[in-house]
Design a protein around this ligand. Structure first.
Ligand code: SF4
Length: 479
């Protein structure tokens, strides 16, 4: 039987922690990187809840400490190594605690992690979490434990996640795992394996459960959600060998969106992350058809230069990406769009950089995630290309990209001043405990005085002013 306790995270935000009665062991789990990792940590907490663990936010009292790691950039890995040093200090006052590393860095380093970081007892890859009870057994018997086998069919669809540190209003629901795209700069295909999709029935069951628990918004998650394809299990790449009946009854992403939106008209639906080369028009029509599918798309572009996109093995040109943006604006005129951009990819010239700036000018994104190129071990770019753009040039180009994005974000938020928009209250505003904070369908943050509203309420807010990132207004009633 589950019970809920209220606790606080580092930011002092109220955390809803699901705990199993009778469990006495304490699990401290923290996650880094993408939303997939946070969603996976909820799967891990569920698997370990069946082994007698409840989660705690106090490192000092933990029997087991797990860190779910990211490997997307070198900086992400350095962050994890710093945390392991912290665990070292805590181990002095809590010598019985066991330490495990999960996620992409665990998959990339494998047993080398044990050699490099002596505090680590267990290394578990993203597809091996069901083996945690056995691995824990090995550790408790004094042996180090490693399982980094990538799977052809694991989707954890049969595991009900234990919600961690959420606000009780929004939740992640993973729908696919792995990626087949092999972008030359990316480690994900090596750390998360080949693409496979989850049974739509198990996705619907998880959304039903969330609806019963009072959640108001879900984000359907995958490294590449647009290439979601369920045909009875197995790898996406093997679909070509599927039987005619399997092909005829397969469910693609547009159909899954339709299914979930129809089954839960009161639930807001978002999805992430999309890949321009896999996004199809029927996905846009599913979005336009259902008011509860938020009109927002995170559409990484990485570069505005067709030559650089080719070097990145992104299967589209600048022109094709812009045509997709036109199609989005045609079918969903007020759609919010955000980006990922890499500055300073190998061989990038000043001209290529200007192509990125001019593409941004064309789209005027709502916001974005922008980084300098970070060479990742084992990727094709690391093996075949020289990281030849000087750091000084990388940083200057990144600054120009961020400055332009800031200008465009301000342009986009200004569009809402004077308008009344629907906001889902998620939590207290970081800036003032007199204000609620939430997001509009376009995913932009909005804050307004609390009055008698509460988290989980869908409220109509008249926007009076804004910054480049936040809309500020006054509630005018329930949605
Ligand atoms: S689409 Fe490309 S960047 Fe995204 S996860 Fe797959 S390989 Fe990485």
């Amino acid at each position: 039987m589950e019970e809920k306790t209220i606790d606080e995270n580092k930011q002092g935000e109220a955390l809803i922690l699901e705990a199993k009665k009778g469990n006495t062991r304490k699990l401290f789990i923290e996650s880094y990187g993408c939303q997939m990792n946070f969603s996976d940590s909820e799967i891990v907490a569920s698997i370990l809840a069946d082994q007698g663990f409840n989660t705690t936010t106090l490192l000092e009292e933990a029997d087991l400490v797990l860190v779910n790691t990211c490997s997307i950039r070198d900086k992400a890995e350095q962050t994890v190594r710093k945390r392991l040093e912290k665990y070292n200090a805590v181990k002095k006052i809590n010598p019985g605690m066991k330490v495990g590393v999960l996620g992409c860095m665990a998959e990339r380093l494998k047993s080398k992690f044990l050699e490099e970081e002596k505090i680590v007892d267990m290394v578990v890859g993203p597809d091996a979490y069901k083996d945690l009870p056995n691995l824990l057994q090995e550790v408790e018997e004094g042996r180090d434990a490693v399982n980094v086998i990538l799977s052809k069919d694991e989707t954890y669809g049969d595991i009900a996640p234990v919600r961690l540190g959420g606000n009780g209003v929004t939740a992640f629901v993973s729908i696919t795992r792995g990626c087949d795209n092999m972008c030359t700069f990316c480690v994900v295909p090596f750390t998360r394996g080949r693409e496979r999709s989850r049974d739509p029935q198990s996705i619907l069951e998880e959304v039903n459960d969330l609806a019963v628990k009072g959640y108001k918004e879900i984000t359907l998650l995958g490294q590449n959600v647009d290439s979601y394809l369920w045909y009875g299990g197995g790898l996406k790449k093997d679909f070509k060998n599927a039987s005619d009946i399997q092909k005829a009854t397969a469910t693609n992403f547009a159909q899954l969106l339709d299914m979930v939106a129809t089954a839960h008209p009161g639930m807001r639906i978002r999805f992430s992350t999309s890949n321009p080369q896999d996004m199809t028009e029927d996905v846009l029509h599913s979005m336009a058809k259902h008011k509860n599918i938020c009109n927002y798309i995170h559409l990484p572009v990485q570069s505005g230069s067709t030559r650089v996109l080719k070097e990145m093995n992104r299967q589209h040109t600048r022109e094709e990406y812009m045509a997709l943006i036109d199609k989005i604006r045609e079918i969903i005129p007020d759609c919010g769009i955000s980006q990922d951009i890499i500055a300073g990819f190998p061989t990038e010239t000043e001209e290529d950089h200007l192509d990125t700036l001019s593409l941004m000018e064309y789209v005027k994104y709502d916001f974005g995630f922008m980084f300098v190129y970070s060479e990742r071990p084992g990727t094709l770019a690391e093996r075949k290309m020289e990281d030849d753009v000087p750091m000084e040039a990388k940083k200057r180009r990144l600054t120009e990209i961020i400055d332009l994005q800031q200008k465009h974000s301000a342009y986009r938020t200004k569009q809402f001043v004077g308008k009344t928009v629907e906001v889902l209250i998620e939590k207290e505003s970081k800036k003032s405990d007199q204000y609620w904070s939430g997001r509009i369908p376009q995913n932009t943050v909005a804050v307004f005085p609390k009055e008698n509203y509460k988290p989980g309420d869908l409220v109509m807010v008249k926007i009076e002013e804004c910054t480049s990132t936040t809309l500020i207004g006054k509630a005018v009633g329930y949605s």
